[in-house]
Design a protein. Sequence first.
Length: 194
Amino acid sequence: MQVIYHLDRQVLFFLNHLGADGTAREMLIRLVATGVMFVLAAVVIYLALSKPDGRQVLARAFLSLLLAVVAGKMLGRTVGGDRPYVLFPDEVRHVELIVRPASFPSIHAVAAFGLTGGVLFGRYRGWGALMLVLGLCMITARVAAGVHWPSDVLGGGVLALGIAGVFVALQSRYWPRLGLGRDQAATVGDDAEA
């Protein structure tokens, strides 16, 4: 546990002290730390409106997000933890973002990777990979803002991707049997479409 705590501190302080103080740094961190969620949602909406199986993509992504957020909130009630800017007020450069009291897991990471997992584990893996890169940028910005430990965002991301993976596997297997639509994830040649 000491190794994780030490590594958490090292990565936090590296990212938090990267770049000069100033309004431009804070604006960039705010933009990436909060704005990426809108971009991820826009990708899902684009896929939902432009692809023949758009309703499947929309349902898969947003149900993955919902299940991941519920699990993240339940885990946060039991684990929690203090935020870096609370524990080290004089050492952490805090960029003010809207946050809840508990630090672990990052609900932003849970939501972003829940949405991403719903696309990544489905038919449009190329779009899912793009969303994964954007999500990684977002969680890095949240650590740089001093509102999360690296383990908060990584734990939230892993939790959400795990839940999304299980959900998509179950959805692919059981939804067609329930008459809720055919899953076309196994269609050959469609994975290249991005």
